[in-house]
Ligand binder design. Structure first.
Ligand code: AP5
Ligand code: MG
Length: 221
C-alpha cells in the first residue's frame, strides 16, 4: 500500500502516519523528519533547509525532489510507504507522479486531514518531541508522566524551532496558498479521502482505518 498524508501543520499527519505505518508494516517517510535529520548532521542541504524552515517557508522543490528520489531507493519502501508532508506544492505532485511512473508504481490513496486554525495553533505550541527516540507528544493532550521526559524512553522532550507562534502562523499561510490546492489535484485523480483530524488520536486513527480498504491494510510484506 502506498499512501500520502496531506493536511495543515499540527493536524496530526506525523502522529497518524506513525501509528498506521507500525500497524501495517509500511515505511513512514516524513520529508520534515528527513530535513531535521540533515540539519542535525549539519550537511549543506541541512543548512539550506534550515534557512527556509526557520521562517516557516517551504524548502525549494528541486531539493525536496532529489531527497525523495534518493529515499525511495532504500529497500524498506518496497513493502509500501506513507508519505507525510510530501508532496506540498503542485510541481512536487507532478514530479512525484513522473517519478512513480518511472518506477512503475502508483499511489493508492491520499488521506487529507482537516481542522481549524485555532486547534492547530494550540496543538503545535504545546507539541514536544523526544530528543532520543523522536516520538511526538503534547503537553496538553498527552502530558508526559515525568515532566519533560519521554514516556517511551525517558529522553528529554524538546520543542521544534518552527513551533514558535509567529512561525506557526506563517506555516499555516504557506499551507493555504501552496499545499491546500493539492486537495483538488488528488480529488480529480479519484484518490482523495478527506477526513476530520479533530477528536482524540484514537478516534482519528479509527476514522482513517475505516476508510482504507481493510484487505489492503491487512496485507504484510
Ligand atoms: P513538517 O515536519 O512536515 O511539518 P508540518 O507539515 O508543518 O506539520 P507538523 O509536523 O507540524 O504537524 P503534523 O500534522 O505532523 O502534526 P503532529 O502529528 O506532529 O515540515 C516542517 C518544515 O519542513 C516545513 O515548514 C518546510 O519548511 C519543510 N518541508 C517539509 N516537507 C517539505 C516539502 N515537501 N516541501 C517543502 N518543504 C518541506 O501533531 C501535532 C501535535 O498535536 C503533537 O503534539 C501531537 O501530539 C498532537 N496531536 C496529534 N493528533 C492529535 C489529536 N487527535 N488530538 C490531540 N492532539 C493531537
Ligand atoms: Mg509532522
Amino acid at each position: 500500500m502506498r499512501l500520502i498524508f496531506l493536511g495543515p501543520p499540527g493536524i496530526g499527519k506525523g502522529t497518524q502516519a506513525k501509528l498506521l505505518s507500525e500497524n501495517c508494516s509500511l515505511a513512514h517517510l516524513s520529508t520534515g523528519d528527513m530535513f531535521r535529520s540533515v540539519i542535525e548532521q549539519e550537511t549543506e542541504v541541512g543548512l539550506l533547509a534550515k534557512s527556509y524552515m526557520d521562517q516557516g517557508k517551504l524548502v525549494p522543490d528541486r531539493v525536496v525532489m532529489e531527497m525523495v528520489q534518493e529515499r525511495l531507493k532504500a529497500p524498506d519502501t518496497a513493502c509500501g510507504f506513507i508519505f507525510d508532508g510530501f508532496p506540498r506544492t503542485e510541481p512536487q505532485a507532478r514530479g512525484f507522479d513522473e517519478l512513480l511512473s518511472s518506477l512503475e508504481l502508483s499511489i493508492d490513496k491520499v488521506i487529507a486531514l482537516m481542522g481549524d486554525d485555532r486547534i492547530l495553533v494550540e496543538r503545535l505550541s504545546s507539541r514536544r518531541s523526544c530528543s532520543e527516540c523522536g516520538r511526538i507528544t503534547n503537553l496538553i493532550f498527552s502530558p508526559p508522566k515525568i515532566e519533560m521526559k519521554c514516556d517511551h524512553c525517558g529522553g528529554d522532550l524538546v520543542q521544534r524551532d518552527d513551533d514558535k507562534e509567529e512561525v506557526i502562523l506563517k506555516r499555516l499561510e504557506v499551507y493555504r496558498n501552496q499545499t491546500k490546492p493539492l486537495v483538488e489535484y488528488y480529488d480529480e485523480k479519484g484518490l482523495l479521502i478527506q477526513l476530520s483530524g479533530i477528536g482524540t488520536v484514537d478516534e482519528v486513527a479509527e476514522r482513517i482505518e475505516e476508510h482504507l480498504d481493510k484487505k489492503t491494510t491487512g496485507e504484510s510484506c
